[in-house]
Write a protein that binds this ligand. Structure first.
Ligand code: NAD
Length: 351
């Protein structure tokens, strides 16, 4: 097995990183995981408490942009693998403040790559003795490929055509990772994944926004006419795909990860509302509504809003026998229940 020794997970307190860390800590009790996270607004603040129960878990608060800090971590913890999640991840924020996306997603990735080359390589194409199995796994998005029309899917051969500052910064970081493989011989794998859903996703993202708005009996905002299509993958399925590619993917290769589960935003909101109609009937009745879908409201479209994303998963399916396993309605129901618990008004304690 590759990399039994300390793995640096960046952005491990975020949505996907935190789910991945719990997966890996439970599955591989002999792995040491070092989580470097800046704890921006997007981080799950209480995650360390949960992960802290595993003795092989270490949390370090800091930025991937700090070269001195990253070099220190590589040396101090004898890092033998990197799984790089840390990023600014919300498209809308990248429209209002693109600079921070350039800094975190591009500069931050180059900082990590520099450290990997410094610590693992003896020069272009020459891996230091004892570091032969070290690997850099870059986590990326299908948004780097731009938008699709009514038909077609993104494959690993699709042309990069990012449309938002977010996807452009992720595309840039993918290309940097690729270049460190081709130029220095660094052992890398890249995964480009479709939209994730599941527990611990930040409130600002689509599915949590729909659930929260409904439960707070506020308008459920849907961009444009609601016809933009996304392929939704459960975060646990993504964690399993990353585990597989990290351990068994071919050096220098990219793998697309998705779940053949396309929904337009309006139908997705309607589906969530239907589940909530069953789960929260009492609240619905008290509010004088027949269905939660009455709260859906169309709002001005996002500028440059990509029409449709869909993923061709043939490569990961054929080479690594991976296929998304979570049925959408089951995953969605569990996710809704998780958020319902979170958004429930806390008990008032009278003193
Ligand atoms: P997230 O926004 O929930 O979490 C990002 C984490 O990175 C946060 O904990 C944040 O504190 C940390 N971070 C931000 N800047 C940092 C810095 N400078 N130094 C250290 N840590 C920093 O994001 P997510 O949804 O978990 O996405 C994780 C990765 O997966 C990203 O690279 C994203 O591009 C990619 N991705 C996400 C999705 C999705 O649907 N969420 C889909 C495909 C790919």
């Amino acid at each position: 097995t590759i990399n039994r020794k300390p793995i640096l997970v960046t952005g491990g307190s975020g949505f996907i990183g935190s789910n991945f860390i719990l997966h890996i800590l439970s599955k591989y009790p002999d792995y040491e995981i070092v989580n470097l996270d800046k704890l921006t607004y997007a981080a799950a603040q209480d995650f360390n408490e949960q992960a802290g129960q595993f003795p092989q878990y270490t949390f370090l608060q800091g930025s991937i942009e700090n070269q001195e800090l990253v070099n220190f971590i590589f040396a101090e913890y004898n890092i033998r693998g990197v799984i790089h999640f840390a990023a600014e991840s919300h498209v809308d924020n990248s429209i209002s403040n693109p600079g921070v996306f350039v800094q975190t997603n591009i500069v931050g990735t180059s900082t990590l790559l520099n450290a990997a080359v410094t610590h693992w390589m003896d020069g272009p194409g020459r891996v230091k003795l004892g570091y032969e199995e070290c690997r850099f796994h870059h986590i990326s998005t299908d948004e780097v490929y731009g938008a699709l029309g009514e038909t077609g899917k993104f494959s690993e051969e699709s042309k990069y055509a990012p449309n938002s500052p977010y996807s452009a910064s992720k595309a840039s970081s993918d290309l940097l990772v690729r270049s460190f493989n081709r130029t220095y011989g660094l052992n890398v794998v890249i995964t480009n994944c479709s939209n994730n859903y599941g527990p611990r996703q930040h409130d600002e993202k689509l599915i949590p926004t729909i659930i929260r708005s409904a439960l707070q009996l506020k308008p459920i905002p849907i961009y444009g006419n609601g016809c933009n299509v996304r392929d939704w993958l459960h975060v646990q399925d993504h964690a399993e795909a990353i585990d597989l590619v990290y351990h068994r993917g071919t050096n220098g290769e990219t793998y697309n990860v998705g779940s053949d589960n396309e929904w337009n935003n309006l139908n997705l909101a309607l589906e969530i509302c239907t589940i909530l109609d069953e789960l929260a009937t009492e609240q619905l009745r008290e509010a004088g509504l027949t269905n939660y879908s009455e709260l859906i409201q169309f709002v001005n479209d996002r500028p440059g809003h990509d029409w449709r994303y869909a993923i061709d998963t043939t490569k990961i399916n054929k080479e690594l026998s991976w296929k998304a396993g979570t049925p959408f309605r089951t995953g969605l129901r569990q996710t809704i229940e998780w958020y319902r618990e979170m958004y429930q008004p806390k008990q008032i304690v009278r003193v």
